[in-house]
Ligand binder design. Sequence first.
Ligand code: GDP
Ligand code: MN
Length: 398
Amino acid sequence: MNIHEYQAKDILKRYGVRIQEGIVAETAEEAVTAAKRLTEETGTGWHVIKAQIHAGGRGKGGGVKLAKNLEQVKELAGQIIGMQLVTHQTGPEGKKVNKVLVAQDVYYPGDSEPKEYYLSILLDRAKGQNVIMASTEGGMDIEEVAEHTPDKIFKEWIDPAVGLQGFQARKIAFAFGLEGEAFKEMVKFVTNLYKAYLDTDASMFEINPVLKTSDNKILAVDGKVDLDDNALFRHKDLADLRDLAEEDPLEVEASKSNLNYVKLDGNVGCMVNGAGLAMATMDIIKLSGGEPANFLDVGGGANAQTVEAGFRLILQDPNVKAILINIFGGIVRCDRVANGVVEAYKNIGTINVPIIVRLQGTNAEEGARIIDESGLKVFSAVALKEAAQKVKDVLATA
Ligand code: GDP
Ligand code: MN
């Protein structure tokens, strides 16, 4: 689960990680009030207005602007709130901005230039260890740094049995080329950041940029946090940070019915039980000349309700020209699924796309008979190849 920058910074602060302070606002007026309060609390005269969406690259997309007085705070917040912000991570349609973070300007000029670094923590699945990635090339797109100058990314793996050791935090501060007060600050920053990452059961923390101010303070200017969905049950407070407005509406609906649904761009909707079979089904759709419109795993216990919920989801996608249902009857019997399909079909009323049902496993023949005798525009297939051929046929006539 992704959360907003302002929520991520709240977490960091709780763990003693210094942050660029800010207050979230939903209207231009709220932004002005927030800016006044920040001036009182932090002494800042200038403010940065930052669009809060679940995507990076906001700066380049025009979602991060510097305001030098309260009129500008009002004007810029007014512009950014409600805008459709397009960044390299949002896709061409962009994302609607509902909130801004009014933050203190921390790039004040001093005797030395402020310096931006990159820090992230994530799980290295191949090694089975968390890895801290650090780079002096902060503020930049890290993918570009990785592609063109991979030697500028420093990695430190953490042994889960002993945790982050002091010498490792110091190695990272050395890798940044820091010394004196800034070095000590960075060691503290990394240590606290790692503790926050572990305690929240996060799967990723990315702070880009981490800023060294001219008076040697180290602080998080940005914060991207991805929390592990499977661990949210033990973090009620974090689960509450979920912002449904940021998620695909169909995926939100799917999660309410406990369906594992991922929207894709193709024209053949598919409903399958089991993730592996779903992947194989998507392959067979492609081989038959179609493109999958979605990934949908209805799970092991498919019944009439789940089939209906799945149907409804798939049908909401206007690109769908055919639906392929591919169920392996193991725990669930094929005749039960077939009855579920027929029932759902009748409940929904008008379904204008052809449906191909492939049932295999326990009571497969019985299932096929129910489909064939239902009188509905449903085609049954027993072999996967046969199902693919039928998809091809119906697409040709669609
Ligand atoms: P992102 O573009 O979505 O990654 O958003 P960031 O939070 O990283 O902000 C983008 C850029 O805005 C940063 O790389 C900074 O260069 C700039 N920025 C952020 N905070 C400040 C600030 O307090 N003052 C100034 N002058 N620039 C800032
Ligand atoms: Mn950033």
